[in-house]
Design a protein around this ligand. Structure first.
Ligand code: PMV
Length: 312
């Protein structure tokens, strides 16, 4: 019997290493966070989102998913989220994963691999250029390594045009993170285009991106050993390289500088140009206070083992 109502829940994410480099086929490592987007879906006379009609500009992800990945009638969609949007915390991936898992569940066809693939399709088509990092991390929970080669703990592989990304489970040591949100939106498409322009023009940019890929693999080893001091040092180095790529801003730098004295390491998370930074720390209260003092919004978070869940 077809389900008449389903609910899904998807986590936020932070990128610990490798944003931007992953667009060029290099590795990235992302971690799910304990903030979530909840969605409830049931059949309706007309498409609605949170009580308002579905709009093509406002609800771009839902619209694309509905037109391309749903074969049934109109749905009433309600969302509730503790993930700030355009903050670099993967709110669009959480929206895509919740939506697609509801579609799959209503058809009795939910599988994490299918979900990761289809949620990526939505992000890719709406954003232009995207890697499957956010959507795979959100689907799986815990942490994932997205890499050009297939390794141990392989979950699934996703291909688009000339690239294949292999997605792997990464076990994480206990850790605390503080996100510092600049309150300025980060527009992923704009920042990806900016870096692409630099990448195409400059050998130095290409070397910088290669180095980010190497740092990501070093970060993976440090995480596996539970060596947070080393993880932090590598995050700092990753941040220096992201600054060279031009994705840091004055506001982000202020938050990074405020958090650094109380942290193992600090860096932007996500596309940059606004959005958020993350601090790996064992003194989260001090980092929160430092971020608040200079006008940022802190979110104290921990990795979450729970990826997207869905059910009646
Ligand atoms: O800012 P976010 O959460 O959309 O993350 C973007 C990460 C990039 O590597 C810049 C792009 C991508 O799709 O991987």
């Amino acid at each position: 019997m077809p389900l008449t109502m389903v609910s899904a829940s998807s986590p936020a994410k932070a990128i610990l290493f490798g944003e931007h480099a992953v667009v060029y086929g290099l590795p990235a490592l992302a971690v799910s966070l304990d903030r979530r987007l909840e969605m409830t879906v049931h059949p309706s006379e007309v498409w609605t989102v949170d009580g308002a009609p579905l709009e093509s500009r406002k609800h771009r992800y839902i619209r694309w998913g509905a037109e391309n990945l749903w074969d049934g009638g109109p749905l009433n969609i309600s969302t509730r989220s503790s993930i700030p949007s355009a903050s670099g915390l993967g709110s669009s991936a959480a929206l895509c994963c919740s939506l697609i898992s509801c579609f799959l569940e209503m058809r009795g066809a939910m599988s994490p691999e299918e979900l990761a693939r289809k949620a990526f399709e939505v992000e890719y088509n709406v954003q232009g250029k995207a890697s499957p990092t956010d959507t795979s991390c959100c689907t799986h929970g815990s942490a994932v390594l997205v890499s050009p080669d297939r390794r141990d703990d392989h979950l699934w592989s996703i291909s688009k045009e000339e690239r294949t990304w292999h997605v792997h489970h990464v076990p994480l040591p206990p850790m605390e993170l503080v996100v510092g949100y600049t309150r300025t939106p980060s527009v992923t498409t704009v920042m990806v285009a900016k870096v692409r322009d630099y990448y195409q023009r400059s050998g130095f940019a290409r070397e910088t991106i290669e180095e980010i890929g190497q740092l990501t693999m070093a970060g993976l080893e440090a995480l596996k050993k539970g060596d947070l001091v080393e993880v932090g040092a590598l995050m700092d180095r990753n941040q220096a390289l992201l600054s060279i790529l031009g994705v840091s801003t004055k506001e982000l730098k202020k938050l990074l500088d405020a958090a650094a004295p109380h942290s193992y390491g600090v860096k932007i998370t996500g596309a940059g140009g606004g959005g958020s930074m993350i601090a790996l720390t064992d003194r989260p209260e001090l980092v929160e206070q430092a971020i608040m003092r200079i006008g940022g919004t802190p979110y104290r978070v921990r990795p979450s083992n729970t990826g997207t869940t869905v059910g009646p």
